[in-house]
Design a binder for this molecule. Structure first.
Ligand code: GYE
Length: 333
């Protein structure tokens, strides 16, 4: 955080110097105070607060946002990494407000607790765009949310299981949840449970967070195996990275992932395709991280005063061991 503060102070003093210099050169320029800093060459300055670098999905998402901004001559991006902590994210948003950026975009680490800072942005006249994850707040506090339908993803995962792990016998499922309180963890759980509730032989016997990372996914799976060992039939993981961690834990325990224990996850990143082609992961429900271009468009639309739909939804598919090899060469993340 210290580092960030230093950088912030440096940015502010540079900005002040530049505006003082501009002030001198422009004399009594009436247009100088528009309420926003305005980018170099009249660019739209965007402050973007990213969740962190917890997964392959996130890395692809960050790359997409940065590359789309670099390609766009109208955009100047200020990027900040919250390291999966809401407090860092709130500080970053406040610093963007202090810097008078033109637009704030962020992917909320968790769903609640952003009301105050969103109100502060609104009071400062800075529009906010949500990417990837939703917040539980008054919708008038943001312009739009660009991202997936996580409930639908959870439903697709459960439906894949019902279609491919067909039996009347008891099916014991262990669930690796994403970050506690995050929209994808809440919704992927809800969607999955909604589909299995009428199929009483399918039961979630253990459910714990692995915070969307490989390391924690592996640790939690080790604990599940210790307590329930050979009684586990299915792993439902809220993302591919935790599933890959779980695969390692299952192998070390002496069972065969994909066969002794079926594994279903969400994201559809390259690592998941490799695991599916090796027969270790059974299915991955796609969640598209390539939101950069849509975000740049939404930023320009908001600045042009256009009304946007409250939710710009991402289209996505389902992959499993039957089509992974064919699809792999087309994958971009
Ligand atoms: O599924 C997971 C990441 O919010 C959709 O966050 C995103 C999720 C994604 O860490 O891998």
């Amino acid at each position: 955080m210290k580092k960030f503060k230093k950088l912030f102070t440096a940015l502010i003093s540079t900005a002040t110097t530049i505006s003082l210099m501009t002030g001198c050169a422009a004399g009594n320029n009436q247009q100088a105070s528009s309420g926003s800093s305005g980018g170099k060459d009249g660019k739209i300055v965007v402050g973007f607060s990213q969740v962190g670098a917890e997964s392959e999905w996130r890395t692809a998402n960050t790359k997409s946002v940065k590359e789309s901004a670099e390609k766009d001559p109208q955009i100047e991006l200020k990027f900040s990494d919250a390291q999966q902590k809401q407090e860092n994210q709130i500080k970053a948003i406040r610093s963007f407000i202090a810097q008078k950026v033109d637009v704030i975009a962020f992917s909320p680490v968790v769903q609640t607790g952003f009301d105050t800072v969103l109100q502060e942005a609104k009071t400062a006249g800075i529009p906010v765009i949500l990417t990837d994850r939703a917040v539980d707040a008054d919708p008038s506090l943001y312009k739009t949310m660009i991202g997936s339908d996580f409930v639908e993803e959870g439903k697709k995962a459960a439906q894949w299981m019902l279609d491919n792990v067909k039996t009347d016998k008891p099916v014991n499922i262990v669930e690796l949840q994403g970050t506690v309180g995050s929209a994808p963890a809440i919704d992927r759980k809800a969607g999955f449970e909604e589909i299995i509730k009428d199929h009483t032989n399918y039961k979630i016997i253990k459910s714990q967070t692995g915070d969307f990372t490989r390391t924690k996914g592996k640790e939690v799976m080790e604990a599940f195996l210790k307590s329930n060992g050979k009684n586990i039939n299915v792993v439902y993981s809220h993302n591919d990275d935790m599933a890959i961690g779980a695969i390692q834990a299952i192998e070390e325990y002496g069972l065969t992932p994909g066969k002794d224990i079926k594994i279903i996850s969400v994201d559809g990143v390259k690592g998941a395709f490799e695991a599916m082609m090796a027969g270790k992961l059974n299915a991955s429900i796609e969640c598209n991280p390539l939101l950069g271009e849509q975000l740049m468009q939404a930023i320009k639309d908001v600045k042009a005063g256009k009304e946007l739909p409250k939710w710009i939804k991402t289209e996505e598919g389902i992959f499993d061991t039957t089509n992974a090899a064919k699809e792999f060469p087309n994958r971009q993340y």
